[in-house]
Design a protein around this ligand. Sequence first.
Ligand code: PLP
Length: 427
Amino acid sequence: MLDVARVREDFPILGTQVHGCPLVYLDNSATTQVPECVLDRVAGHYRTSNANVHRGMHYLAHASTSALEGARRTVAAFAGAPSEDGVVFTRGTTDALNMVARGLAYLIQPGDRVVVSVMEHHSNYVPWQQLCAERGARFEVVGLDERGDVDLDELARVLDGGTTAAGGPAATADAAGNARGPVRVVALAGCSNVLGSVLPARRVADMAHAAGALFVLDGAQIMRHGVVDMQALGCDYLAFSGHKMMAGTGIGALVGTMGSLELLRPRDFGGEMVGEVTRERTTWDALPLRLEAGTPNYVGAVALAAACDYLNALGRNDVAAWEDELATHALERLRAIDGLHVLGNPRKRCGLVSFTVDGVHPLDLCTLVDARGVALRSGHNCAQPLLDLFGLTSVARLSPAFYNTREEIDYAAEQIECAVTMLRAAR
Ligand code: PLP
């Protein structure tokens, strides 16, 4: 069991006053706060070990490089990577997913298919959509079942050679003249950032592999929520962002099996990713440096490792259990509000609740509750295809993290109810 009062002491920002009210920060699906130990590790690196990595021969260059490579080992263990060389530091999830889509482009032939779901974040949708358009491949968008989970029956049909109702451009024949070519990639979110639906990732990985496809897991919303072991889940690629798991911005990772990373053609070219450069040609360095062109965000990597250490020390299952309890409590409180509709009813929900309220615009609602210190998110949450499906352009989202309390959820629910009453009265 987490000692939440103690945990809150790790996050001084939670003591902020907002418009004269205590901050109730419930926008953790967008970005989480950073604990003191991570801030200390960052400041400590700049104070004692700062130098460019993998280049210089001097003392600080060694210290900085060894901190970066130590961070890689920590992140590899945290994500269940088969090898520390299977961790590529990126700017975040978006960067990692684009790296995979760009890196696999050369393998995608006309008529091939790439499968996503309608609830993907734009980061796991647009890169594949663009790739398919460029390569004459078919972009298959699997729908949802009645609960708001990825429709696994539809996925099975697509993997078996069928197609989706909401597919992309008409199928192009593949080299053998088949109207629908093989599925090359299945790319899905571990948890929807709008519906909170948790993907049965292992099952989907097995389905993808049985069809000969690579499985890409967008881990942005799941990494701080329990133990996420990419090998146990059967991922070929796992992408995630540090700022959604207490590490701060500008860092994330692409974690892969060595075989799947070997498949990627480098997207970025420059310093340190090369073996030999001559006027005529360039050879590549070994993994993972081949995919980390230029000076990497080594201090970000140190921060990410510090956040992994922090979550491990708290107990990742305890973190997930408390976040689940808070989400369940939020669900009960919100559902009791007249005219409020929660989006989706997934079989397994991960730490967030999106909703609409009859006659109330989410933006107005979130502005009013902010005046009482409550931070929620409003908008399309970078999931326009999903909102289109619901006939919406905007939703409100409440997303707790393990440092939130039941009392904060109660307070937020009361403020939402007050705001709804005020907005209705003003109509
Ligand atoms: N995928 C999901 C499910 C997300 O929720 C997000 C961010 O909210 C992303 C991808 C993109 O993450 P980032 O903006 O850190 O690259």
